[in-house]
Write a protein that binds this ligand. Sequence first.
Ligand SMILES: CC(C)(COP(=O)(O)OP(=O)(O)OC[C@H]1O[C@@H](n2cnc3c(N)ncnc32)[C@H](O)[C@@H]1OP(=O)(O)O)[C@@H](O)C(=O)NCCC(=O)NCCS
Length: 171
Amino acid sequence: MTEPPAHGSVILREFTEADVGLALEFGEDPYIPLIGSLPAHPSRQEAEAWVRRQQGGRAEGRGLPFVIVAGGTAVGTIALWLRKLSEGVGIVGYSISPEHRRRGFATDALVAITGFARTVPGVERVELYIEPWNRGSLRAAEKAGYRCEGLLPDHHEIGGVPKDMLVYASP
Ligand SMILES: CC(C)(COP(=O)(O)OP(=O)(O)OC[C@H]1O[C@@H](n2cnc3c(N)ncnc32)[C@H](O)[C@@H]1OP(=O)(O)O)[C@@H](O)C(=O)NCCC(=O)NCCS
């Protein structure tokens, strides 16, 4: 059996049904529901459906989503999405639950998944897309060794609105 991706204080593991609690925490954050398919203030059923979509993404080969675990607690999620695999590119997205922020978990998880991405057949480069105001995410990217390649105007729809995104590439 291969070792799970890990770095510093975090280990990455696959989603289980028990991660509905993390989804409920995510749903109370003002930004996380805008950047994925989790509804804001989700019901338990909506949170369970989101967990199943993460698991389905892996089963269908759309990507490799992980739960970030620190000290035995699920503190966030990080995924290597494969929609640009034909170009040799994996796209990483991540979120940390509000009560677990600013302890280095996003940075450690990003280092872990970047190393893991090198073992995924066809992935030659990893990209991150970050809104310019998102200081915590920009800083985590830089601390994990990513470099900024520029600003892409109106590149992503976030909350239904086109937003400029900085693109970062893996070390
Ligand atoms: C962005 C996010 C993932 C950062 O997670 P985190 O675990 O708190 O990040 P880290 O603890 O690894 O912090 C990395 C660096 O950013 C800094 N940082 C974190 N949050 C910050 C904030 N809100 N403002 C300024 N700096 C911040 C940390 O101090 C650290 O820098 P330092 O070591 O120089 O002090 C988290 O705030 C989050 O989930 N936000 C909502 C979802 C989101 O934005 N996801 C990313 C989309 S691109």
